[in-house]
Design a protein. Structure first.
Length: 255
C-alpha cells in the first residue's frame, strides 16, 4: 500500500512539474512577443482569433498550409492556427489528431503539443527546424534516409495500413541477408550490406516508436518517408513536424 501511495505521489509530482514548465514557457513567450494566451482563449470565434494573432499581435506566419498556418510565437514555440476556409474544419481535424497522438504516444518521434483550444482552432507546439536535405536526418539519427524511407514503405501494404510487425520484418530482412551471403558475388555482398542496414534500423528505438505511432494514428507512409516532414528540435530530437494529416483526415476532407 505504501509503495502504491509513493508511486501515485511521484506521478502527480511529475505531472505538476510538466504543467509548470509548460506554463512558464508560454508566459515567457507572451512577454517576448506581446502575445497573450489568456486573450486568445477568450476570442469567441475563429475569425476573431485570426484577427488577434495576425493583426493585433502581428505574429510571423512562416509556414502557411492548405488547412493550417504556423505562426512563430518564440524561439521555442509555434502556434498552429486552423485556416478560415471551410470554416476551419480541416485545420481543426489536424490539430485534434496531433493533440490526441501526442497525448497517447509522447514526444519520442512527435513534435510536442503544449496547449490546445477546446474546439481545436489552434494548438501550441514546440518549434522544430525542418530538414531540407537527407543528410540532416542522418546526422541526427545515424540512419540513411533512403534506407529509412524504403523500410517505412515496405511495412505498408496499402495507403495507410501497417500489417507487418517489426519482428516479422526483421525476420524477412535476415532471411534475405543470409540468402545473399550464400552467393559471394559482389552484387550480392552489396545487397547483404543493405539488408544489414535495414536490420539495424528495424531494431532501433526510432523505428519501434514510429511504428507504434503509424499504426495507432494511421499516418500515411508516404508522408512519413518524406524528409521535409521531419525536423530537429532544440534538444536534438528528430521528430515529425506535422502529423495531423492521417488517413481519417484524408477520408473526411479529401476523398
Amino acid at each position: 500500500m505504501a509503495l502504491l501511495l509513493l508511486q501515485w505521489y511521484d506521478a502527480i509530482t511529475m505531472l505538476l512539474k510538466e504543467r509548470i514548465l509548460v506554463h512558464e514557457g508560454l508566459i515567457l513567450a507572451e512577454y517576448a512577443s506581446g502575445f497573450n494566451l489568456s486573450v486568445l482563449l477568450k476570442k469567441p470565434t475563429l475569425e476573431e482569433a485570426w484577427k488577434y494573432v495576425r493583426d493585433e499581435c502581428g505574429l510571423e506566419a512562416f509556414k502557411p498550409g492548405s488547412s493550417r498556418t504556423v505562426f512563430k510565437v518564440s524561439d521555442r514555440l509555434v502556434l498552429k492556427l486552423a485556416n478560415l476556409e471551410d470554416g476551419g474544419s480541416k485545420g481543426e481535424t489536424q490539430n485534434q489528431t496531433e493533440q490526441m497522438a501526442f497525448s497517447r504516444f509522447g514526444g519520442d518521434v512527435l513534435t510536442r503539443v503544449y496547449a490546445y483550444h477546446p474546439k481545436f482552432w489552434w494548438i501550441f507546439a514546440e518549434r522544430v527546424d525542418e530538414f531540407k536535405f537527407t543528410n540532416e536526418f542522418q546526422a541526427v539519427t545515424g540512419f540513411d534516409f533512403q534506407t529509412f524511407g524504403n523500410v517505412v514503405m515496405s511495412l505498408a501494404k496499402n495507403r495507410y495500413s501497417i500489417d507487418i510487425t517489426l519482428d516479422d520484418a526483421k525476420q524477412e530482412v535476415m532471411a534475405a541477408k543470409q540468402e545473399f551471403e550464400r552467393d559471394k558475388s559482389a552484387i550480392n555482398l552489396k545487397k547483404k550490406d543493405r539488408m544489414e542496414a535495414r536490420y539495424r534500423l528495424l531494431d532501433s528505438p526510432l523505428m519501434m516508436s514510429l511504428l507504434a505511432v503509424m499504426k495507432g494514428v494511421r499516418l500515411l507512409p508516404k508522408d512519413v518517408s518524406t524528409v521535409g516532414h521531419w525536423g530537429k528540435t532544440k534538444d536534438g530530437r528528430a521528430v515529425l513536424l506535422d502529423y495531423g494529416f492521417n488517413d481519417d483526415a484524408y477520408e473526411k476532407h479529401y476523398s
